[in-house]
Design a protein around this ligand. Structure first.
Ligand SMILES: [Cu+2]
Length: 323
């Protein structure tokens, strides 16, 4: 499969990638299982471009469920349609269909990553994005002798999570090994693609010099180990400008979700649902970005600063209402 080609128009580099999302078999720890991945690879293909380039990624969904791809850490100012979070900037790419992302790089330089955005698909549908200095420029540190990417993810065995190390059965053939030459400098780019684990990373009897973080350089820090936290899917920012203009109470809880029609036969089936102030997310029929641009009413401006459908509890029976 030709995964990548690129061209240059008036000095602007354009890269074209083909991502085929489908189930394929992988063997680790004495077990073969099928996982949803891109181009039959785990981790998926690495995207390697330069600062300011434009990347076209045609995603063909040959799996069984709808999903999207999010370009984590790429800002894409004024290009929200290619950001990827499902139901926010687009509806999921349905099985048997495709969607082409136009990912426009701006100030990012360093290492970021891409991942699927639908339930837990992110666990296996992910890969690194390496953004090299713009053509004609260099790293803000001496040129390393070699440059490589390590994507750290989890390998799930049933309900248990297992990380293949030397002590696991059948781990030998799949344990990562790297030969290095004495005196050379290696630039190692590490992506934490775990769903729920922060990672400590160290190289025994070596110091590390951290030179970048989340697609930007930093003032170099010498350390013996680093901690890489998760891709936080929820981030709450508060910016104190001058005075407090409103006070909010926010309660998060686990609720029982009752059925819409109390007389139906499966009404006994309760589902657990998380909520904020007794409001739960329900996937909308139109993505939020499109609702905003097309001015579709009924979807926006419900919760302060948030778009949502409401679920409110009424007489022992939670139901969906549109405010
Ligand atoms: Cu992300």
């Amino acid at each position: 499969m030709v995964e990548l080609f690129f061209c240059s128009v008036q000095g602007e580099m354009k890269y074209f990638y083909d991502f085929v999302v489908r189930e394929s078999n992988f063997t680790k720890l004495c077990e073969t299982k099928s996982m949803l991945v891109v181009n039959d690879r785990f981790p998926g293909p690495e995207i390697r471009v330069h600062r300011g380039d434009k990347i076209f990624v045609n995603v063909q969904n040959q799996g069984s469920y709808g999903l999207t791809i999010h370009w984590h850490g790429i800002m894409q100012p004024r290009n929200p349609w290619s950001d990827g979070p499902e139901y926010i900037t687009q509806c999921p790419i349905q099985p048997g269909t495709n969607f082409t992302y136009e990912v426009i790089l701006s100030k990012e330089e360093g290492t970021v990553w891409w991942h699927a955005h639908s339930d837990w698909t992110r666990a296996s549908v992910h890969g690194a994005i390496v953004i090299l200095p713009a053509v004609g420029t260099t790293f803000p540190f001496p040129e390393p002798d070699e440059d490589e990417v390590i994507v750290i993810a989890s390998w799930y065995k049933g309900d248990l999570q297992a990380r293949p190390g030397d002590l696991c059965p059948c781990s030998k053939e799949t344990t990562y090994r790297r030969k290095v030459d004495y005196g050379k400098t290696y630039l190692v780019r590490i992506v934490n693609a775990n769903i729920d684990a922060d990672i400590f990373f160290a190289i025994a009897q070596h110091n590390l010099t951290v030179v970048g973080l989340d697609g930007a350089y930093i003032k170099p820090i010498d350390t013996t180990y680093i901690v890489i936290t998760l891709d936080k899917r929820w981030m709450f920012c508060s910016k104190q400008i001058s005075e407090i203009t409103s006070r909010m109470f926010i309660t998060t809880s686990m609720n029982s979700l009752y059925c819409e029609d109390p007389s139906s036969s499966d009404c006994e089936t309760k589902q657990i649902a998380a909520s904020v102030n007794n409001i739960s997310w329900v996937n909308p029929s139109t993505d939020i970005l499109q609702s905003y641009y097309r001015n579709i009413s009924g979807l926006l401006n419900r919760f302060p600063g948030l778009s949502a459908f409401f679920i409110t509890s009424q007489r022992n029976h939670t139901r969906l209402i549109e405010h």
